[in-house]
Design a protein around this ligand. Structure first.
Ligand code: DX5
Ligand code: ZN
Length: 210
């Protein structure tokens, strides 16, 4: 069965929605962080974001859509965090950032945007616990799943198999009960508006697992 993470990026009432998610069997709260540089939008600062932990005991899957990841990693490492994911497209030294994440005994992920060559992941594969395949252009919730992602997920699966790498594959963006079928090779699905925009979070989460 696939793991499911839910993003509250499109939530209108974050404390309420995180409390509701805490009552479901969701595996992770997916925390999208945007800096207004790597992507146009900007999310709330850490001093506000840290309060997630007041509303949930679920583990966090932190997705850093930021240029200066090394500034954010120590902050998010303080929370109940299982994964911190950085983007392969950033200018910072990726290896150093992955090592920084691991220094907190937190699993590290590497995210890849839809237009980035899959081969750019290769140097980092032995060091990552997760590849986050973006199935939308990062930057906002509620976008449509890019269908070409299905091939990219399969290609990444083949790549991991050929190098015998145990990293999991997670898919993020436009995931719902229809598009999940294009993610059959994934181990984890991240969904935002499909779940948080509904009036029955558990029903939507369950529909992603089957
Ligand atoms: C996109 C974010 C995603 C997104 C998921 O930049 O990383 O996590 O918000 O939300 P939906 O499912 O609405 O695309
Ligand atoms: Zn995300």
């Amino acid at each position: 069965m696939k793991k499911v993470g839910v993003s509250f990026l499109s939530s209108k009432n974050i404390p309420r929605d995180i409390s509701l998610l805490n009552e479901t069997d969701v595996d992770y709260i997916h925390v999208d962080i945007m800096d207004g540089k790597f992507v146009k939008n900007k999310t709330m600062p850490f001093r506000e974001m840290r309060h997630i932990n007041d509303y949930t005991s679920k583990r966090l899957d932190v997705h850093l859509m930021v240029e200066e990841a090394s500034k954010y990693i120590p902050l998010y490492a303080e929370l109940n965090t299982e994964y911190i994911t950085i983007h392969v497209e950033i200018e910072e030294d990726i290896m150093k950032d992955l090592e920084l994440i691991k220094s907190y005994s937190i699993k590290c992920g590497l995210a890849i945007s839809p237009d980035t060559k899959i081969s750019s992941l290769i140097p980092y594969l032995p060091y990552v616990d997760m590849i986050l395949v973006m199935s939308v252009v990062p930057g906002e919730g509620g976008q449509a799943f890019i269908e070409e992602s299905e091939n990219r997920i399969k290609e990444i699966r083949d790549l991991l198999n050929s190098y015998n790498i145990p990293a999991i594959i997670s898919v993020d963006g436009g995931v719902n009960d229809k598009t999940k079928d294009m993610c059959s090779e994934a181990d984890m699905l991240v969904s935002g508006s499909y779940v948080v925009g509904s009036n029955n979070f558990q029903e939507k989460i369950s529909s992603l697992r089957i």
